[in-house]
Design a binder for this molecule. Structure first.
Ligand code: AMP
Ligand code: MG
Length: 308
């Protein structure tokens, strides 16, 4: 079963979120039941990221959008845990600063897109400019309604330049949101996340859902697909996201670059030095097929001296 196929919004499809079950959890009953699959997927993600970094050819942009409490932070924690920090980063987009507002809305976004070999996760994104901005009339309809095409063109340009995009909408239902807000109230390590706007924005739930449905219906393409992830169950959400990332990255057919040095020459040279110390020819030494350090245990003192 490919969650990429199951949850991808096909270009041109009209999305009705009310018909997508946020509580769906595949064939799994609980977190324990997904743990083996999850482990396998995380390990593969680790390998693929190392490969992407080494190949230095593709970039991966992961866009995360959700209603408040939808699990963006948890998903980031889990996805990034499988990755080497050297090749990945997170960019969070909050209420724009005065400087950001003095530029076009894509200005702050474009600056944060990943370079070759790198992965960037967007915690919120340019889509806020057709979500919160639309729901609260922060600009006129005339302006925001043009943005779907502008965003599509922007993403097309990124794709043409070697950036692979995966966009996840973490889909929870209204009851689950309230449940999570309640959890936040009760957990001392989560209370800091509570904001007044959580509750006031909740009153705009239907407007947000409509704005999301327009985003999903107008901005999903093969070069930058949207995935609607059933996210009421965190463990299923994490598995689906992880497996979709693995499938996407495997599709890039990445390869480790050829070594830029002559490995045979280096081996011979290195083995020749070791052989001299050990009183063997390079060929004899290589034939033994043992790590050089072990072979030279008798002459340890001498070797140390020579190194300095
Ligand atoms: P959080 O992700 O909980 O830290 O909240 C970030 C806040 O920034 C959310 O309330 C977003 O709606 C808001 N935000 C993000 N981008 C924009 C934008 N372009 N215009 C207005 N508000 C935004
Ligand atoms: Mg928040």
């Amino acid at each position: 079963m490919s969650y990429a196929n199951e949850f991808r919004i096909k270009p041109g499809n009209k999305v009705n979120l009310a018909k997508i079950d946020a509580g769906y959890h595949g064939g799994y009953d609980n977190e324990e039941a997904v743990s083996a699959e999850m482990e396998k997927s995380s390990q593969r993600l680790t390998e693929l990221q190392a490969l992407m970094y080494a190949e230095n050819k593709h970039s991966l942009l992961i866009v995360l959008q959700a209603m408040d409490g939808g699990g963006k932070d948890g998903t980031i924690h889990h996805v990034m845990a499988a990755m080497n920090p050297q090749g990945c980063s997170v960019a969070s987009f909050k209420v724009p600063t005065a400087e950001e507002l003095s530029h076009d809305y894509l200005w702050r976004i474009h600056k944060m897109t990943p370079g070759k070999g790198h992965i960037t996760v967007f915690n919120r994104s340019h889509y806020e400019d057709v979500l919160v901005v639309r729901v609260h009339n922060l600009v006129s309809k005339e302006i925001w309604s043009k943005r779907y095409n502008e965003i599509n063109e922007f993403e097309r340009e990124l794709a043409n330049s070697g950036t692979t995009m995966v966009k996840f909408f973490l889909h929870i239902d209204k009851e689950e949101q309230l449940e999570r807000f309640r959890d936040r109230l009760e957990a001392p390590d989560k209370q800091w996340k509570i904001s007044d706007s959580d509750y006031t924005e909740r009153e705009y739930w239907d407007e947000y859902q409509r704005a999301y449905m327009d985003v999903l219906s107008k901005c999903s393409f093969n070069y930058a697909p949207w995935y609607v992830i059933p996210a009421n169950r965190k463990w299923f959400r994490d598995l689906a996201v992880s497996q979709i990332l693995v499938e996407t990255m495997e599709g890039l057919k990445m390869k480790y670059p050829e070594p830029s040095v002559d490995l045979v020459a280096i081996k011979q040279r290195y083995h020749t030095e070791v052989a001299e110390e050990a009183g063997l020819t390079a060929v004899e030494l290589m034939a033994e097929d043992k790590p050089p350090k072990e072979k030279k245990s008798k002459k340890k003192g001498k070797k140390k001296k020579k190194k300095k």
